[in-house]
Design a protein around this ligand. Structure first.
Ligand code: NAP
Length: 281
C-alpha cells in the first residue's frame, strides 16, 4: 500500500480563504493581539507568520513585543489591558515565556472568551466536559485534516501518542467527541508498538524524530504526524518515519506541510469564533 499524502498546506489555504470571506462580510474587523516576551528566535518566526496570516485574512492584527526583562506583574498588566480593550477579540501569549515568568499564571489571566490558544483552564475544562469553548489550535487542525482526508471517525480506534496539555490531551478529547474509541499513550506506556498497531487513526505528538516506524502501523491506518524536530543538518522532520509508514498507512501527513500550516489557520478560526461570540455578529 502507498499512502495518500494529506496536503496540510492546501487544506489550510482553503480554510483561510473561507475565514477571509466570512471576515469580509462582518461589519467589523476581528482583532488579534499576539504578545511576545524576549528574543526566542523560533517564537519570532511563529509570531511573524501568525501576524501575516491574520492580516491577509482581513483581521486587525498586531504584535506586542516586550523586552526579555519584563516582569510578571508588568505582563499581567498588558494582558489585563487587552482583556478590557473592546477592539481585541483574541489574545495569544506566545510560549515559551522567560523563566522568571509563571506561564500558567499568565495563561489563567487571559479572559477565557479571548483565549484563542484554548489553553485557559476554563476552556480546557469545557473541552473535557464535552461542552463548547475555544479549542487548542493544533489538535483542532488535526480534526480538520482527518475530515478533509475523508477519514471515518465514529467508532474508529484512535491512538494519541503524547499527553501534553497543548496537543495530546485536547487531541484525545476531540477524537472522543467525534465518537472515536481513544487510547492515550505516553512515556510510561508498555509495548508502545503493539498499542500503535491496534490503531486505525494514529496521532503522534511526542517530539522524537522518526520514532513511529513502519512496522508499528496497521495496514490502512491514517497517520497524523504532529512532531516538529530539527535534524543536525537543519532540516525539519516529524515523529513518524514517513517512508516506512507510507508503505502501510492509507493516509499520512508530511512534515513540513502537514499539521504545521493548520495551526495558524485554526488560530484565525478561533479568533473569528471569539469575535462573533463576543460581538454577537
Ligand atoms: P511535550 O510537552 O514534550 O510532550 C511530549 C509527550 O510525548 C509527553 O506526553 C511524553 O510522555 C511523550 N513521550 C516522550 N517520549 C516518549 C517516548 N519515548 N515514548 C512514548 N511517549 C513519549 O511535547 P508537545 O508540546 O506535546 O509537542 C509534541 C511535538 O509536537 C513536538 O515535536 C512539538 O514540536 C510538536 N508540535 C507541533 C505543533 C504544530 O503546529 N505542528 C504544535 C505543537 C507542538 P510523558 O507525558 O510520559 O512525559
Amino acid at each position: 500500500m502507498t499512502a495518500q499524502v494529506i496536503d496540510g498546506k492546501a487544506v489550510a489555504a482553503e480554510l483561510r480563504r473561507g475565514i477571509a470571506a466570512r471576515v469580509a462580510a462582518l461589519p467589523f474587523r476581528p482583532g488579534l493581539r499576539v504578545v511576545r516576551v524576549g528574543e526566542d528566535p523560533a517564537s519570532g518566526v511563529y509570531v511573524r507568520n501568525k501576524d501575516r496570516a491574520a492580516l491577509e485574512a482581513g483581521f486587525d492584527s498586531a504584535t506586542i513585543h516586550l523586552p526579555e526583562a519584563t516582569g510578571e506583574a508588568e505582563l499581567l498588566e498588558v494582558v489585563a489591558r487587552l482583556n478590557a480593550d473592546p477592539v481585541v477579540d483574541g489574545i495569544l501569549v506566545q510560549l515559551p515565556l522567560p523563566r522568571h515568568i509563571d506561564a500558567d499564571r499568565v495563561i489563567a489571566a487571559v479572559s477565557p472568551g479571548k483565549d484563542v490558544d484554548g489553553f485557559h483552564p476554563l476552556n480546557a475544562g469545557l473541552l473535557a466536559a464535552g461542552r463548547p469553548g475555544l479549542v487548542p489550535c493544533t489538535p483542532k487542525g488535526v480534526m480538520h485534516l482527518l475530515r478533509a482526508a475523508g477519514c471515518s471517525l465514529a467508532g474508529a480506534r484512535a491512538l494519541v501518542l503524547g499527553r501534553s496539555g497543548i496537543v495530546g490531551r485536547p487531541m484525545a478529547q476531540l477524537l472522543l467527541a467525534a465518537d472515536c474509541t481513544v487510547t492515550v499513550a505516553h512515556s510510561r506506556t508498555r509495548d508502545l508498538a503493539a498499542e500503535c498497531r491496534r490503531a486505525e487513526i494514529l496521532v503522534a505528538a511526542v517530539g522524537r524524530a522518526g520514532m513511529v516506524r513502519g512496522d508499528w502501523v496497521a495496514e490502512g491506518a491514517t497517520v497524523i504526524d504532529v512532531g516538529i524536530n530539527r535534524l543536525p543538518d537543519g532540516r525539519l522532520t516529524g515523529d513518524v518515519d514517513f517512508a516506512g509508514v507510507s508503505r502501510h498507512a492509507a493516509a499520512i501527513t508530511p512534515v513540513p506541510g502537514g499539521v504545521g500550516p493548520m495551526t495558524i489557520a485554526c488560530l484565525l478560526e478561533n479568533t473569528l469564533e471569539a469575535a462573533v461570540a463576543r460581538r454577537g455578529a
